[in-house]
Design a protein around this ligand. Structure first.
Ligand code: SF4
Length: 438
């Protein structure tokens, strides 16, 4: 077969790892991969339902694809496709819409890529989506994102994930280790464990995420494991203590908070209160003062008053965290939160977002400054920008040095000299020429 395919991924790391795996499957049946702008025979758009204006974004990418090849066969899949297949089918130029299960069988749907008048939709009801399909991003990024869990049973009132991806599921520990071992035989240095609700790993096998990380820690051939995100109620103290002692699990946690007001947490149907969150952060920083802690926050949730927001702001300001990912609340169809009263005006959501983003910058810069003149192992990535290259320390400091192609995907000891002029990175000096292993 002599066909080419190009991908466009919207959304999270999980989507990236799935796009990558689906791409590898197509390569096995003879598809060659092209860049988006190169005019491929087939365009595959992996969508997200969490992204704002998913419909507009999807339409835009479809139009772009058809600009590069007006005769291209266009496939739209992923979370938005599961939630709104008919809506996507009305976008001119879309040939095939695949739901949460069907996307993994894309190869079977591409027998004929003849464009037709009508759009084909293949999508099972979400209750029937039960299989776990593992995946990892290979060759696309220096760090490899390994999908170890999918779906979620929590039904937070603002979130569409349970509707778009189905219930929580994963492989068991042994099966997951097998997938990770494949990566360990290649030149992967860092694996980022990803999932929708990662801490819920193993639930249908009576196993836990803690069971998984204890086994992964023994895996030869991988230098670093990073936990992408874990709910505070699932972050057992045992996991924190284990990461503190591990040579492979890096001192970096990303823990969604969403609000610092217990009233709003309850309305969001989150499974913890701010006190538990604080306890987790304090435990981490007591045993790992150098640990990076990222926080997701939603501002402008229905009913969030100025006092509620200030409670969040003050809570975060006083907490020893590193950076925030701030999202203005956005109404998602089919969720409970859209029906809640006391909607917060968009302008106020924007102002609160900005205030927290400023706080995030302040916190991150303080964190960066506290490590100047120290030496850390840095794993360099392949991106080159203006003769510079970038890499990350275990505790997620972004380091910048002169570009050297030999350093890509290598770990080197770097002394952290000073903040870059835009304060986004730390300018570093490599200590040893030979790559080292940590
Ligand atoms: S835990 Fe995360 S994925 Fe699950 S419903 Fe809540 S926000 Fe969505």
């Amino acid at each position: 077969m002599n066909r080419s395919v190009a991908f466009y991924t919207l959304g999270c790391k999980l989507n990236f790892s799935e796009t990558s795996s689906i791409g590898n499957k197509l390569a096995e049946i003879g598809y060659s991969k092209k860049d988006f702008t190169e005019g491929a025979d087939v365009y595959v758009i992996n969508t997200c339902s969490v992204t704002d204006h998913a419909d507009r974004k999807c339409k835009k990418v479809v139009n772009e694809a058809l600009r590069y090849n007006p005769n291209a066969y266009v496939v739209v899949m992923g979370c938005y496709a599961q939630l709104k297949p008919e809506e996507i089918a009305t976008i001119p130029g879309v040939d095939l819409v695949l739901g949460a299960s069907e996307k993994f069988k894309l190869n079977e749907y591409l027998d004929s890529i003849q464009k037709n008048e009508t759009t084909k939709i293949a999508r099972s009801p979400i209750k029937e989506v039960r299989d776990f399909v593992p995946g990892f991003s290979a060759g696309d990024r220096t760090r490899t994102f390994l999908k170890v869990q999918d779906g979620c049973d929590y039904f937070c009132t603002f979130c569409t994930i349970p509707l778009a991806r189905g219930s929580s599921r994963s492989f068991n520990v042994d099966e997951t280790l097998k997938v990770a071992s494949e990566l360990a035989t290649g030149d992967v240095k860092e694996i980022v464990l990803t999932g929708c609700n990662l801490g819920d790993f193993g639930i249908q096998h009576q196993q836990t995420f803690f069971d998984l990380i204890k086994e992964l820690d023994k895996l030869q051939g991988i230098e670093r494991f990073r936990i992408s995100s874990i709910e505070p109620n699932l972050l057992e103290d045992g996991i924190i203590d284990f990461v503190a002692k591990s040579n492979k699990f890096v001192p970096h946690f990303h823990i969604p908070l969403q609000s610092g007001s217990n009233k709003i947490l309850k309305a969001m149907r989150r499974k913890y209160e701010r006190e538990l969150y604080q306890e987790k952060v304090e435990r981490i920083k007591t045993i790992m003062p150098h640990c990076a802690i990222g926080v997701d926050v939603i501002v402008g949730f229905p009913g969030e008053t100025e006092e509620d927001f200030l409670e969040t702001y003050t809570f975060l300001n006083e907490l020893d965290i590193t950076y925030l990912h701030v999202f203005p609340y956005s109404e998602r169809p089919q969720t409970t939160a859209v029906k809640l009263p006391d909607s917060v005006p968009l302008k106020v959501r924007g102002e609160r977002t900005e205030q927290l983003r400023n706080l995030s910058e302040k916190k991150r810069i303080q964190f960066y400054q506290s490590f100047l003149n120290q030496t850390f192992p840095v794993l360099f990535e392949k991106e080159e920008k203006g003769g510079k290259m970038f890499g990350f320390t275990p505790n997620y400091l972004k380091i910048e040095t002169e570009y050297d192609p030999l350093r890509v995907n290598e770990i080197a000891n770097v002394t952290l000299n000073k903040l870059s002029s835009d304060t986004k990175t730390i300018l570093g000096e490599i200590l040893y020429y030979e790559p080292i292993h940590t």
